[in-house]
Design a protein around this ligand. Structure first.
Ligand code: GDP
Length: 456
């Protein structure tokens, strides 16, 4: 365990709410808070994981009526002695209590410092520490699920087992080189090649999962396209209805693009260029179509809205041509009117399901939700042992490790000397170590934890 000073922070949100929590962690956390606590019990006499009712009294003045939780090392979040003061959740009262704690010689914590200590004191590894923030930041149920899997150590376990198999081979090569009389490398390279292929394959799977990973974390990048008047903005309005969606406006890169996040059954859709969609009918037709088409390449999903009350025309053909290689769901909109377009007519031309739909009365919305679920997340995360890479730092390390394994393969094929193999194996081992926080430098650690909120 490291030697650290005692730190404190307001752990609950800095807004008025029912309950506020002040967290104190460090060797003398309990004694320091005892100085300002008056209750039936002295905190220092209390057993771990027990609660006491009382008051915070500072400079002879009662600041608040509180419940204080005593948590003794090592069974705590940071593995240090920890106190949590539950007080009334007003900003001023929380600040006054914090001030009283600081006056006892306790230092205000940096962002993420409690979690950093959990990491430095060996309770969790770095990937687990990073997942804590992902849990707090989760924008969808799926994203939360994935972050929890990471916190529970699924990624760490996988990385550790890969590292174990790599270090075994390094040790074998090194011992054979040291003691060629007793350990023979005859036929070893064939065995190693088999192993390298397995490891490479495992790494590749994780790297590929990052595509889904970003969808899990941030949402499915979705474009709504269709010719003017097809019902695009009506669809957007339907999807963003308050009772089934959370809508946030995210300013886009240019002045007139706007993204909205929409939640459907725990899945987050990032609807791109909603400014373009919401342009009114008097905007020149060509521009509306063109703008939407610009977003196609960047989309995970295209919702193609067809006005089924009019025949397909040149605009539709143009769009169909552009989206033929994309993931598309076709909405045959205005199904409440007389239909002039059939499902068969269109399903031959596009790569995806066709749904009879009405943005006006919501018909087909359930089927749309089913289809999105099926297309992107069928089985995703249903298997407890699955983890999706959502963190750029992890992806980078995995890619470097993968490249090193490819070098090992190459060296074997080129019959290079064994110490070449061991260098690249070592590089893969080191890269994987970065994910769980082995041998990372202080600057990187500071950068990672500085993104946390204070009190976590
Ligand atoms: P956009 O130009 O593609 O965004 O189309 P809008 O959403 O503005 O819709 C164009 C017109 O079609 C509006 O008058 C809508 O009320 C109407 N509309 C949209 N969806 C439906 C639908 O499902 N049924 C009917 N009857 N009208 C619709």
């Amino acid at each position: 365990m490291g030697e650290f000073d005692t730190i404190c922070a307001i752990a609950s949100a800095m807004t008025n709410s029912g309950i506020g929590i002040i967290r104190v962690s460090g060797d003398d956390a309990i004694e320091k808070v005892d100085n300002i606590f008056q209750g039936k019990n002295k905190l220092s006499d209390m057993d771990s994981h027990t609660v006491s009712y009382g008051h915070i009294v500072f400079k002879d003045k009662i600041i608040d009526e509180v419940m204080v939780l005593v948590l003794r090392a090592p069974r705590t979040y940071t593995r240090e002695n920890t106190i949590e003061i539950d007080c009334h959740g007003g900003i001023i009262v929380m600040q006054q209590i914090l001030k009283a704690v600081i006056a006892q010689g306790v230092r205000p914590a940096d962002p993420g410092e409690f979690t950093k200590r959990a990491f430095l004191n060996g309770r969790i590894d770095l990937s687990q520490a990073e997942s804590v923030m992902d849990i707090i930041d989760s924008k969808s149920a799926l994203s939360l699920e994935n972050s929890k899997n990471q916190l529970f150590g699924l990624l760490s376990k996988k990385i550790k087992s890969l590292r174990e198999s790599i270090i075994y081979e390094i040790a074998f090569i090194e011992s054979a080189l040291d003691d060629p009389e007793h350990i023979s490398l005859d036929g070893y390279e064939d065995r190693l090649l088999e192993k390298v292929k397995i490891i490479e394959n495992d790494l590749k799977k994780m790297i590929d999962s990052a595509d889904n990973g970003s969808m899990v974390r941030d949402g499915i990048k979705t474009s709504i396209i269709g010719k003017p008047n097809a019902g695009k903005s009506s669809l957007l309005n339907l999807l963003s209805k308050k009772d089934r969606a959370i809508v946030t406006d995210i300013a886009g890169t240019t002045r007139d693009t706007l993204e909205e996040q929409i939640m459907l059954r725990g899945i987050s859709l990032i609807i791109m260029d909603t400014a373009g969609i919401r342009e009114t009918e008097d905007v020149v037709e060509a521009i509306g179509v063109k703008k939407a088409i610009d977003t196609i390449d960047d989309s995970d999903l295209i919702l193609y809205v067809v006005d089924s009350s009019t025949k397909l025309d040149e605009n539709d053909k143009h769009i169909i041509e552009k989206i033929k290689d994309s993931n598309v769901i076709v909405l045959l909109n205005k199904s409440d009117l007389n239909s002039l377009v059939t499902e068969e007519e269109i399903s031959d031309m596009v790569n995806g399901p066709v749904i009879t739909f009405s943005a006006k009365n919501g018909d087909g919305l359930d089927i749309l939700e089913d289809k999105i679920d099926e297309m992107f997340f069928s089985g995703i995360l249903s298997d407890d042992h699955e983890i999706y890479i959502t963190n750029a730092r992890h992806l980078n390390a995995l890619t470097n490790a993968y490249n090193s394994m490819a070098n090992v393969k190459y060296s074997i094929e080129m019959s290079m000397p064994e110490d070449f193999l061991s260098i690249d194996l070592m590089e893969a081992y080191t890269q994987l170590g970065y994910i769980i926080g082995e041998s990372i430098d202080d600057d990187l650690m500071d950068e990672i934890f500085s993104k946390f909120c204070t009190g976590k």
